[in-house]
Design a protein around this ligand. Structure first.
Ligand code: MG
Length: 384
């Protein structure tokens, strides 16, 4: 039994509404854009990178990297650097293969970023493949499920006014959801007021979370963190630039609100200082960037520091979502998994059988491996 083929597929699918609200009018819809005050580059499309790994006997595993822009970069790394190494290998040698892939560019300093995204896509595909070869769901191979349904929070509330955000949240409450994350970062006073309006409208039993998209300086973050603690906010995500571990440690010591960090990190090595320096209370690796293998190792390391996990899950389209559910079920220290309804809807259009998220929980996908297989015909139809 050996890997015979590794195919990387860059994906671009049209979208109507972005996570952060309506999309800008652009002369060239394929051009990327920024959304001040945020600095990151965004796409008007849903973009991602899938990988399909096939054995000589014809068994198939699907993987996906989180690739919100330039998915071709991840695909080039997979095809040129990783595929030649994986072909001929036994897919059951998961940990060994992760380290073989990681070591290829390690000494050149490529132990994060696009390189790890590409490794993670292959890692996920190898888990899916192993599950299918052994006829077991991925969470069983990870040691079992601590929970059959995975608790989640609704992420985003992409509406411009407090009234409209409350209305949107209320519609989810009516469907059984009770946790919400606001995409914020619009100034200390405005962010506190936005959360305050949700708290006033939704009541004390709702879990409220805030993502500041790294816009604050330490003093501002402390001020906002204190206000959020008073509003009983579940976590304060991405308050300060992601490289500044020390300021996060000072923030965590100064404000009672739990500090969440992690979508920018991809390995145990990158998360280690956040734990040893007590800079984060909740870790948020994205399975599309850290893969399944590394995410469970990060979770095990966090466990030793009594730290919880809230895996990031943004524009992963189906395969990544299924992989995240499998991991979230199989780690003891889960807080909640992210849920983005508009992405989930598009993702389900690409899968042979849809994933289910209802009443505040993801249902465990059924079947071997990830329990989610891409419908390649449908993907071809939806590609922009
Ligand atoms: Mg975030």
């Amino acid at each position: 039994m050996c890997v015979s083929k590794v195919e990387a597929i860059p994906v671009r699918i049209k979208r109507d509404e972005a996570y952060l609200g309506s999309l800008p009018e652009m002369a060239d819809p394929a051009a990327y854009f920024t959304r001040p005050p945020y600095r990151a580059l965004y796409s008007a499309y849903f973009e991602t990178a899938f990988v399909k790994i096939t054995t000589a006997e014809g068994a198939v595993g699907w993987g996906e990297a989180l690739a919100p822009v330039a998915p071709e970069v991840v695909c080039a790394i997979i095809e040129q650097l990783l595929a030649p190494v994986l072909i001929g290998c036994d897919p059951l040698d998961g940990n060994v293969l992760w380290n073989v892939m990681y070591d290829l560019m390690r000494e050149r300093g490529y132990y994060g970023g696009f390189m790890l995204d590409a490794i993670s896509a292959c890692d996920i595909a190898l888990w899916d493949l192993r599950g299918k070869l052994l006829d077991q769901p991925a969470h069983k191979l990870l040691g079992g499920a601590y929970r059959e349904r995975v608790p989640c929070y609704v992420s985003g509330l992409p509406r411009p006014t407090p009234e409209e955000r409350l209305e949107l949240a209320q519609a989810y409450v009516d469907q059984g959801f009770s946790a919400f994350k606001l995409a914020a970062g619009h100034g200390v006073r405005q962010d506190a007021a936005s959360v305050g309006a949700l708290r006033a409208g939704l009541g004390a039993d709702t879990t409220l979370l805030l993502d500041a998209h790294w816009v604050y300086a330490l003093d501002e973050a402390v001020q906002l963190g204190q206000a959020l603690a008073e509003l009983d906010v579940g976590f304060f995500e991405a308050p300060i630039n992601p490289e500044d571990v020390e300021s996060h440690a000072q923030l965590a010591a100064a404000a009672a609100v739990p500090i969440a960090h992690g979508e920018t990190e991809r390995t145990r090595y990158q998360f280690r200082p956040w734990l040893t320096q007590k800079a984060a209370d909740i870790l948020q690796p994205d399975v599309g960037r850290a893969g399944i293998s590394e995410t469970v190792k990060i979770a095990a390391m966090a466990e030793a520091f009594n730290t919880r996990m809230a895996p990031h899950l943004s524009v992963g389209l189906g395969v990544c979502i299924a992989a995240s559910i499998q991991v979230a079920a199989a780690i003891p220290n889960l807080y909640m998994l992210e849920y983005q309804p508009p992405v989930f809807e598009i993702a389900n259009m690409l899968l042979k059988s849809p994933l289910i998220c209802q009443a505040g929980f993801y249902e465990m996908p059924s079947g071997a491996g990830l329990g989610a297989a891409l419908d390649e015909g449908r993907l071809g139809q939806l590609q922009a």
